[in-house]
Design a protein. Sequence first.
Length: 477
Amino acid sequence: MSDTQPPRVDAEASTTADSANAPRPPRLGGLPLVGSTLSIARDPFGFLETARETGDVVAYDAYGTESALVFDPEVVESVLVSRADAFRKGEFETDFGELIAPSGVAFTEGERWRRQRQLLQSSFTPARIRSYAEVMVDEAATLVDGWDDGETISLREELSRYSLRVLARSLFDLPLEDDRTATVIRAANAVNRYASPRRLAIGGLLPSWFPDRVEREYEDAMADLETLVADLVAQRRAADATGDDLLSLLARAEYPDGSRLAPEAVRDQLITFLFAGHETTATTLTVACWLLGGDDAVRAELERELAAVCGDRDPTVGKLGDLAYTEAVVREALRLYPPATGVYREPTSDVVLGGYRVPAGTTLQLSVYGIQRDERWWNEPATFRPERWLASGTGTEDGGWTLEDDSDRPEYAYFPFGGGPRHCLGMRFAMTELQLALATIVRRVEFDPVADALEPSLGVTIDPGPAAVRVRPRREK
Ligand code: HEM
């Protein structure tokens, strides 16, 4: 922690008038012209660590933009929730959105966003999510059935395919054949490569005439994805599109008041869901399965809970309330490897955050990854310990764990799904899928890691790497 911290000013009480007097945040030095861009590209984890040691709000320059990293959960709460109106998604998010789906709900603002969110919400009610549970279990069982005993698989690849099939069947009422699944996965990977810190750093320095392979792959993959999405909409329209699934809803292209969605908004919503809803869940499942492969005690406790609650059957949505240990494993995977490593916002006028003046237009990165591994809020933050989410003294032979959130910890010491009005629209969907899939897989097989450690890379999202494991049928213990 830096000793240059100013006396704390309540972020909530700050006004533009206060901001004139407040000091600027401590600043990470960088090179002339490129600022911290190259340090981020070289070692994103190291850069984050240095920033966290410097302070709770730390200014730096990256990719030619004035930026600040935030490691204070109270400031996160203020930006996302209590003062949300003073911030917008901003240029960083808009630029990222341009690569994927600029008119999609994750990137629009104001009234346009509100109307889109309201329309899409109908696919994420608790009742609708319960109706997706069977597909989530069924696809997990089918996935495991396709693996041979002793086979080496890439968890990331397998679980990417799984989460995409679940998304397509449940939200879009559509079985995605393998070549279509491959088109979506190829586009997601191409965007990740194109928007990685290393590539952004190199790309910004390349002359425009330089042949850029990563850019070409991205453009080709996105063109294929757009063709696929256009086909899906056309097919659903030809079939009348009377269903209440998300694809039919969008193919009708109508708000409930009868007004029309623009064609690019229809396409961009679909692309948004294909991206936002598949990779994130796949990453978390990959991490959870990998961590279980390296921790016999946690694995044994999880098996004990599943046997006590589900007997010799697959889990159902009705049992989720009793699967506290399973939920703790999922929460812990999301804490250690949050798929969205940061949430980005931009103040619309000068503000005071954590006692520092932050000018309008600064790109704020609320560091999910940094805060969720901060020892001020977490004991042994780098250790995988699902028990930290459970009430002490529970956990008996017959399962019986109870979830307990540590009330001493600030609420926004954990925010893998963001917070406030723009929190993840798919949060309940994701948590249901993650628990059901994990339980279904763990009941059938065990994994032996092939490499010594996970090799994640840190960009706008975390890429867990291939996570190669050897599969074997579950041993009776
Ligand atoms: C482990 C899984 C997931 C994680 C960690 C995650 C994380 C997030 C985060 C952090 C945000 C907020 C971004 C911000 O405020 O700037 C977000 C937004 C969003 N997520 Fe998720 N997500 C997950 C799964 C899903 C799923 C399964 C879906 C859909 C099926 C989904 C759809 C969305 C959408 C549409 C938004 C934009 C909401 C808005 O701006 O109003 N996400 N997600």
